[in-house]
Design a protein around this ligand. Structure first.
Ligand SMILES: [Zn+2]
Length: 225
């Protein structure tokens, strides 16, 4: 019967018991590995560490139910990777060069209320996803941000202007982040691509920072209201 083949096939009762034993051993091995790798949690893993964890997933999983895979082989892989991992973390601690090679460098996203052009031009990232992160930290427009730094773990560190220093800036909530069609001579506009903020002479003026021609009315709301 098809269902029989799917669920049971040729597994014997003794092999089922063996799987339970294998799982217990591999489970303990994973815990021991994570304990000795010196990591406290997974939230702050670097790209490099995620790669290792992915490799370990297969090394840990397969021996749990593969009959002809002796646990000693899995154990050897675990110990080798642990030693390699410890060597690499030691080297990244000792050398800045190796560290930035393996983990990347923190990257400036916003400086002084404007998006940093280098990142936009290389299209290394889409700034939309940072807008969402900034919104979650109650930022309404770029004029509130002194520095936004993308950490190597992928989180965004923000340094905000004090309320008295908040400037006119590019709104980042969807309702306000829309190209303005009408021109008002006395009002501040922000470039939708780089956050450049100033008075403009016509609605399709070219931005001197990024050469784009899309402007949106700036806002200068403070954080504490
Ligand atoms: Zn611009």
């Amino acid at each position: 019967m098809e269902l029989f083949r799917i669920f049971i096939h040729d597994s014997s009762f003794s092999f089922i018991l063996e799987i339970i034993l294998r799982c217990i051993v591999m489970y303990l091995m994973i815990i021991i590995f994570l304990r000795f790798s010196g990591k406290r949690g997974v939230r702050q893993l670097s790209i490099f560490e995620i790669a290792i964890i992915l490799c370990l997933g297969s090394i840990a999983g397969d021996p749990m139910f593969t009959e002809d895979l002796p646990l000693i082989q899995a154990l050897t892989v675990f110990v080798s990777i642990l030693v390699l991992y410890r060597c690499t973390t030691y080297l990244t601690m000792k050398s800045k060069k190796i560290e930035s090679l393996l983990e990347g460098k923190p990257m400036y996203i916003v400086e002084d209320g404007m998006l940093v052009l280098k990142g936009i031009k290389n299209e290394k990232y889409s700034y939309d996803e940072f807008f969402s992160e900034m919104r979650q930290q109650q930022v309404e427009h770029l004029g509130q941000i002194k520095i936004a730094l993308l950490e190597t773990e992928g989180c965004l560190s923000l340094i905000l202007f004090h309320d008295s220093e908040v400037k006119w800036g590019l709104p980042i909530f969807p309702n306000e982040y829309k190209q303005t069609i009408d021109y008002y001579p006395e009002r501040f506009y922000s470039c939708m691509f780089c956050g450049n903020t100033r008075l403009i002479k016509k609605i399709n003026e070219t931005c001197e920072r990024c050469q784009k021609q899309h402007w949106v009315l700036s806002i200068n709301t403070k954080r504490s209201k």
